[in-house]
Design a protein around this ligand. Structure first.
Ligand SMILES: [Zn+2]
Length: 307
């Protein structure tokens, strides 16, 4: 049972991570939710005048996260995996104006080709208030992404949530099959062994935070959520890992769709082969190298990415 004295002590003394964990926990009485929001609203409106002592390192980390997220938007667009001004990618970052972290994302109406590091918004994880930058966030981005960040970050330090309607993956998500993505068909598919959760109950546009909380539960501890008749969502500790997973998922999905379109029968690798590919330790290193190569390519195309 939480008394008001205990709540006040939590609000004053807990670190950001501990408070995030507390607020995203299983305790759901209305007064607790309101109290959590009050703490964050109060913090957001007052700390702008008292920047933390380690602010220069936070500024540096904030800028790095902004460059990483801008690169992710542009790189997915580069591979034709974006969809106009819709779909959203978000990344946790230390704030440049307060002690608590913010969720970086693009303002509503910005095309993925236009994204720059400085053009991103920073949003409060609990209230949805814009703390950094100018512009309005998309309501779906706020409703879906914040609950997923709040559910996973305290558990495994996940900082990136990427949602796309990338075409081949979405084609597979539209198939009437409880597990439509075929692991073991191609080498690219095998890395996703036990990494994908399925939500095959499409229920219209997601404009309420309840939908984000529901999706967080369906996602569980997986890296990817295939969303029936909709698209895909990837989470990871680093933007480059989530991007890498989306890229290779789309390539594997492309092979599956092309094979199915040909009418030919596909092969499936033996379970021990699939497991050995999935367990290989190359993925994180490859993801970093791939992401850095995309930064160079994209910065050469349009140097304002880093602005
Ligand atoms: Zn969507």
């Amino acid at each position: 049972m939480f008394t008001m004295r205990k709540l006040l002590r939590l609000a004053v003394n807990q670190s950001t991570e501990e408070w995030s964990s507390f607020c995203s926990g299983k305790l759901k009485p209305l007064f607790l939710t309101q109290f959590c929001n009050l703490r964050w609203q109060t913090t957001a409106s007052t700390v702008t005048s008292s920047r933390p002592k380690d602010q220069s390192s936070r500024d540096e980390a904030n800028y790095k996260a902004r460059v990483d997220l801008a690169t992710t938007y542009r790189a997915l667009e580069f591979f034709d995996m974006g969809e106009g001004i819709c779909n959203h990618l978000t990344l946790r970052a230390p704030s440049r104006v307060r002690e608590e972290d913010v969720m970086l994302l693009i303002p509503y109406g910005m095309h993925w080709k236009e994204v720059t590091a400085s053009g991103l918004l920073g949003m409060d994880f609990f209230t949805g208030e814009v703390i950094e930058g100018d512009g309005e966030p998309n309501i779906s981005a706020s409703c879906i992404h914040r609950p997923i960040h709040n559910a996973r970050y305290p558990i495994d330090g996940m900082t990136a949530v990427l949602h796309t309607h990338q075409p081949y993956t979405t084609t597979i998500a539209c198939m009437k099959d409880p597990e439509p993505f075929k692991i073991g068909l191609s080498q690219n598919s095998m890395r996703f062994l036990n990494k994908i959760a399925y939500d095959m109950q499409y229920d219209g546009f997601a404009n309420v935070s309840d939908e984000g909380e529901r999706l967080a539960k369906v996602l569980g501890d997986k890296d990817l959520l295939l969303m029936g008749q909709h698209g895909v969502l990837a989470v990871a500790k680093r933007a480059c890992d989530a991007f890498d997973n989306l890229y290779y998922l789309e390539r594997a999905a492309q092979i599956q769709v092309l094979l199915m379109s040909s009418g030919a029968q596909g092969m499936t690798a033996p379970p021990e082969v699939i497991k050995s590919v999935a367990d290989d330790d190359c993925y994180e290193h490859n993801a970093s190298a791939f992401f850095e190569s995309m930064k160079r390519i994209l910065a050469n195309e349009k140097p304002n990415l880093m602005d």
